[in-house]
Design a binder for this molecule. Sequence first.
Ligand SMILES: C[S@@+](CC[C@H](N)C(=O)[O-])C[C@H]1O[C@@H](n2cnc3c(N)ncnc32)[C@H](O)[C@@H]1O
Length: 186
Amino acid sequence: MVISGVASADSLDILQPALLSPEMMVQVCDFYFMLAVTSQMQEEFVLLRGALEDTDITDEQIAFLTMQWYTGVLARIRINAFRVELATGLYTDLFASAAASVEAEAAVGNAVYMLPSFYNHDCDPNAHILWIENVDARLKALRDIEAGEELRICYIDASMGRDARQAILSKGFGFQCRCHRCLSNE
Ligand SMILES: C[S@@+](CC[C@H](N)C(=O)[O-])C[C@H]1O[C@@H](n2cnc3c(N)ncnc32)[C@H](O)[C@@H]1O
């Protein structure tokens, strides 16, 4: 993930982190839980820290890079990252070209965008994030939107049935969807 421009080490704190699954938590006292750091995370952290230490960056500049910071960032990437798929072609036919790009598995990578990270999910969304020719995320309205109406995007393949959607949203994003479509059993 790249944050362009000048950003402070705590700039990602504003994003909602993933809820920790029971396997990832260890109880440290009656009330507090902490992330049980997996060996893979630990290994990645040591590699990252070591790579930065080998550069001209001073210890003071990487003082923020603690294991706690790293796991907090991973928990945020977990539910806020978008799979970037470039749509090419005419703006008027973006959905056809976006669908073709998904079919061709043309993802160019994953990225976290600050503002789009605040859009909640709906199985019948009123907006859609897309990428045209570059990795700048754009928001396209899917229908007329009333002033004050919440902008909602769909995190998953909306063509799946209700149970499949619920299962993916619960497992992947940690919530039970109560959108109009799910509540109407559609
Ligand atoms: C990318 S964040 C969306 C922004 C987040 N609600 C916030 O306040 O920063 C995704 C998280 O928002 C919550 N969320 C998104 N859509 C939801 C929905 N339809 N129902 C309940 N929770 C939802 C879930 O906790 C989900 O893991």
